[in-house]
Design a protein around this ligand. Structure first.
Ligand SMILES: [Fe+2]
Ligand SMILES: [Fe+2]
Length: 127
């Protein structure tokens, strides 16, 4: 049923975002350069934007009641990643970026719980 309602797709994209975060942490341990940090943040922004597009499509298709609030959270996430990229400097900013991303991802997964429950209910009602 999760395939039908889009939950499997969202779970897979969530795993990709976590993998990106882990890559960022590994880069941190390997003393990544400023260029690499910016490239990472570009990749995170791109992947998150694609993921939010998937969610937006499912939100609109199912007329999710908290759509406005949820989509605003997505915009804040993307704006935050762009801000981190603009503020990136050599040295400790990579550590700050990794910590911020971790917090935002955890928040995002929590915010998605209601949406994922809603999508599962929609699929069940359509069977
Ligand atoms: Fe999500
Ligand atoms: Fe979301």
């Amino acid at each position: 049923m999760d395939d039908k309602c889009g939950v499997s797709e969202l779970d897979g994209e969530h795993r990709e975002l976590l993998t990106l975060h882990n890559d960022l942490v590994h880069a941190l341990l390997g003393r990544a350069s400023l260029d690499l940090e910016r490239a990472f943040l570009d990749t995170v922004h791109h992947s998150a934007a694609l993921h939010f597009r998937t969610e937006g499509r499912l939100i609109r298709r199912t007329a999710y009641a908290r759509a406005g609030e949820h989509l605003a959270d997505h915009r804040r996430f993307l704006a935050g990643v762009l801000r981190l990229r603009a503020q990136a400097t050599d040295g400790p900013s990579l550590c700050d970026a990794a910590l911020m991303l971790r917090c935002w991802l955890v928040e995002h997964f929590q915010e998605d719980r209601d949406l994922l429950d809603w999508l599962r209910r929609q699929a069940r009602d359509c069977l």
